[in-house]
Structures are given as C-alpha cells and as structure tokens.
Write a protein that binds this ligand. Sequence first.
Ligand code: NAG
Ligand code: NAG
Ligand code: NAG
Ligand code: NAG
Ligand code: NAG
Ligand code: NAG
Ligand code: NAG
Ligand code: NAG
Length: 472
Amino acid sequence: MGQDALMEPHSSTAGIFQCKISLLLFFLLLLAGSCLGLKVTVPSHTVHGIRGQALYLPVHYGFHTVASGIQIIWLFERPHTMPKYLLGSVNKSVVPDLEYQHKFTLRPPNASLLINPLQFDDEGNYIVKVNIQGNGTLSSSQKIQVTVDDPVTKPVVQNHPSSGAVEYVGNMTLTCQVAGGTRLVYQWLKNGKPVRTTSTYSFSPQNNTLHIAPVTKEDIGNYSCLVKNPVSEMESDIITPTIFYGPYGLRVNSDKGLKVGEVFTVDLGEAILFDCSADSYPPNTYSWIQNTENATYVIKYGPVLEVASDKVTQKTTDFMCCAYNNVTGRQDETRFTVIITSVGLEKFAQKAKSLSPLATITGISLFLIMSMSLLFIWKKCQPYRVIKQKLEGRPDTEYRKAQTFSGHEDALDDFGIYEFVAIPDASGVSRVSSRSVPTSDGISGQDLHSTIYEVIQHIPALQEDHPEPGNS
Ligand SMILES: *[C@@H]1O[C@H](CO)[C@@H](O)[C@H](O)[C@H]1NC(C)=O
Ligand SMILES: *[C@@H]1O[C@H](CO)[C@@H](O)[C@H](O)[C@H]1NC(C)=O
Ligand SMILES: *[C@@H]1O[C@H](CO)[C@@H](O)[C@H](O)[C@H]1NC(C)=O
Ligand SMILES: *[C@@H]1O[C@H](CO)[C@@H](O)[C@H](O)[C@H]1NC(C)=O
Ligand SMILES: *[C@@H]1O[C@H](CO)[C@@H](O)[C@H](O)[C@H]1NC(C)=O
Ligand SMILES: *[C@@H]1O[C@H](CO)[C@@H](O)[C@H](O)[C@H]1NC(C)=O
Ligand SMILES: *[C@@H]1O[C@H](CO)[C@@H](O)[C@H](O)[C@H]1NC(C)=O
Ligand SMILES: *[C@@H]1O[C@H](CO)[C@@H](O)[C@H](O)[C@H]1NC(C)=O
C-alpha cells in the first residue's frame, strides 16, 4: 500500500561500462533527489470512516525547488476495477469530475481530501498524486485505504435455559445479539476477563454464542459480551447465569464447648447451640438426627440445634447433621459426638487461673486435712522437745522459718506450693493475730495441743519476690 516519495532525476551521466561508478552515482543522485525533491506523506495508510459522516484524508507534501506550478490529482480504485478520476487541481483551480463534484472537496495548495457524506460504496483505495513543475518535473504519490462502517449498537445477552442449570448435569448457552453495526467481532468476558476455549467452554464460529457444557460451580460469574468493529465497541449488560450446586463443605460449629475433631465437650448444665452450614444453591434444607443405641430419628429441621446438656440422658450422644439440596438432589451428612462432662474439662484447660472461690476453698480444706493427718503421724515419731528447743529465743518475725515441713508440690499447679507450719504456742493467741501473710491465702488455727498450724500457699512464680524475713 505504502509508497514513499518517488524521484525522477532527469540526468544520468553514468556509463554502462562502469558498473560500480554508476551504482555509486545512482545512490548519490537519490540522496540529492530526496534533498531537492518532493516528499508526499500521509499520517495513516488506513482510515476507518463512519457511514453518513464526513471523512477527512490528510496529506502533507514538501519540496526544495523553485516551482512554477503545483498539480494535485485524486484517484479512487476498488479491487479488480479501473482507477477512477475524482478531481484534480493546478495551482489553485480545482477541476472536479462532474459525477462526484458534490461529494469531494479539495482546497489547493492543500492536498487533503474531504469526503462528505461517506457511503459504503466509497470504500476502497484513494490515491493522491502531486506534480511539481520547476527545473524539470517532480512527481510523488500515496495510497490510503478507506473502510466504511456502521457503529455498533449495545449488545444484549440472553442465556438459555434462563431458569438455570444444575451443575454437572445441565448446559448453558449465552447468545449475544446486536441490532446494528458492521464487521462485528464478538468477545466474551467473565468477570471482566476474556473467556477462552476450554473443555467446557466452546464458541460458535462467529463467537456470538458461548456454550458451557456441563456447567459447574466455577462457572458462576458476571458474563458480558463485548462487540467491536473498526469504528466503535460496545459491551452488554452483565448477566449472571443461575447454576444450582452443592452442598459443599458441610460443617458443624457450636457457640461454646470445646471441639476436638468431631467431639464436642460440654459442661453439665450448659445449653449449647449447634450450627450446621454447607455451601449450596439453592440453600440446603438441614435436618438433625440423633443416634441412640438402636434407633436413629430426626429430632429437628433447620440449620440450628439447641442441646440442653441436663436433658441429655446419656453422657455421650451421637448426632448427625444432614444437608440436602432439593434441586441438585444431592446431600451430605456429618456426624459428631457430644460428651457431657461434670469436671468441666474446658474450664480446666482454659480458665485454670480463674477457678471459682468454692473450688479453691475446697482444695485448700482438703489439703489442710491431709497435712494435719501427716503432722499427727510425724508428731508421734519425733519428740516434741526438739521443735521447742529450736524455736526458743527466736524473734517473732522469724518463726516462719523455724520448722516447716511437707513442702508439697502438687500436679494441680494452680494451687501453688503449700507449706505447713507448726509452732508450739509459747506466747498464746496474740502471736497468731500479729501474724499477717499479705501475698498468700493463709489459714491459721489452734489445735488441742496448743500448737499453731498454718498453711501457706506459695505461687511458684511469685516466691522469689518475697524475702522471708521482712514479711510480718
Ligand atoms: C501557476 O502559478 C505559477 C506562479 O505561481 C505560474 O507561473 C504558472 O503559470 C501557473 N500555472 C497555471 C497552469 O496556471
Ligand atoms: C489542510 O486543510 C486542513 C483543514 O481543511 C488543515 O487542518 C490542514 O492543516 C491543512 N494542511 C496543510 C498542509 O495546510
Ligand atoms: C536545472 O537543472 C540543471 C541540471 O539538472 C542545472 O544545471 C540547473 O542549474 C538547474 N536550474 C535551476 C534554476 O535550478
Ligand atoms: C449438554 O451438552 C452435552 C454435550 O454438548 C450433551 O451431550 C448433553 O446432552 C447436554 N445436556 C443437556 C441437558 O442438554
Ligand atoms: C458481579 O457484579 C456484581 C454487581 O454487578 C458485583 O457485586 C460482584 O462483585 C461481581 N462479581 C464478580 C465476581 O466480579
Ligand atoms: C473467537 O474467540 C476466540 C477466543 O476468544 C478467538 O481465538 C477467535 O479468533 C475468535 N474467532 C472469531 C471469528 O472472532
Ligand atoms: C437394641 O437391639 C437389641 C437387639 O437388636 C435389643 O436386644 C435391645 O433391647 C435394643 N435396645 C433398645 C434400647 O432398643
Ligand atoms: C426446595 O426447598 C425450598 C425450601 O428450602 C422450597 O421452598 C422449594 O419449594 C423446594 N423446591 C423443590 C423443587 O422441592
């Protein structure tokens, strides 16, 4: 299509017998010609026009010589036909072909051509030739291909079946319809990205139909049809085909209780809510099934089940949640076990530090009884005097150090380390009252033998922080 400036140098002194020299000369003349000569350029060799509108074919030319006349000629050619003369000009006078004089406009020395209005039969190649009359004649031409189109109107997508399709069973066909436009190129977009041919996606030869066979859950998305032609492009509204699928990912969760695998551990007396969920369209219908020794029976319909642990007769109960999609006809079920614990395993694991005061007191009391029994045995084995001698003459503040035994480290670390302190009551009750243990739960008392017993709890982490002598 594209032809660059032609040069026609009029003199050539190169002899045929001097091949090399003539060739060199030829290139030199070519160089000189492009400097002195005529150059015609067009911004684009292909111009797309819209039917019914004006089309402007810009042409630029330049030359470096003294011109006595400028001639511009426009020709039109279609494939396999003779070129037709449209119009021409010498200096500033235009000579049109009378057949086309109302359609084409030329304003010399401007070589650009205006076509108005553009029609489908104006499609073809337009050739512009510029002749400069000066010291000899310089001539150059260019060719521009013109296409004529109607702009695209907004496409409309229809899906079939519009009621939806069941995954792995049904197929879906999307059809793109455009009312107006020529040379249409169809493209399908899913969530804004082009759809390519895959094992399930196929297109009609024109690409105006997208066929999905079979549909899957992954095919759910926003589909649109993009239609282009050389002069315009339009995208349809988004269409979201209905695809029935599921249930997938069935799972049971509870609002409280400890879940380990499929076993929920619940404290006695607690009411617990179970929630069954699975991904599905349309939404599943849920049913809850209880398995007793021999029988299984549905206890509730709906996604939520409440179990009051005091109403469960057995300590271990098997349940099943069943999700059913009544359109795909598929169902899924999951089993789980509920164990009612009186110990409160969950609290033991998670809330060891915040044991209830009742539990603390019970623990301490138990320990006190144990320790007192131990003391009783010990006292039978060891003479009482030894203790008395060791303690005599010591300041009150150090009496704690005196005789401690049964430093007891228990697995129940939340109770800490306990010291049982036994002091022979030398100075009476006043000693007991003057005693204070700020950092620990101290229980003091007197037995029948006038000996003070104390149980002191040491929390292991805090033990170092309390120097023993300055504590009273
Ligand atoms: C074109 O104009 C030049 C001067 O600009 C003049 O010499 C020449 O004769 C003109 N040619 C025609 C065909 O009118
Ligand atoms: C030719 O005319 C058009 C307007 O009709 C103008 O835009 C363009 O610049 C002109 N070209 C030259 C080379 O003067
Ligand atoms: C015309 O061209 C000839 C040779 O091609 C050259 O000798 C002469 O000087 C040129 N005259 C002008 C006015 O450019
Ligand atoms: C879906 O398409 C497949 C292959 O094109 C065909 O065999 C099947 O019968 C179609 N199913 C339906 C429900 O139209
Ligand atoms: C589909 O379009 C809707 C709104 O038209 C938008 O809310 C949704 O996020 C889109 N989905 C995707 C996957 O882009
Ligand atoms: C149809 O679309 C496919 C992929 O999007 C593309 O490769 C092919 O060239 C298109 N065919 C036509 C006729 O547009
Ligand atoms: C369970 O079935 C066995 C025999 O199949 C029967 O002996 C037993 O009584 C049944 N238990 C209950 C609770 O129905
Ligand atoms: C499926 O179940 C829903 C309730 O979840 C009900 O509204 C719908 O009619 C049922 N459809 C069929 C085909 O049974």
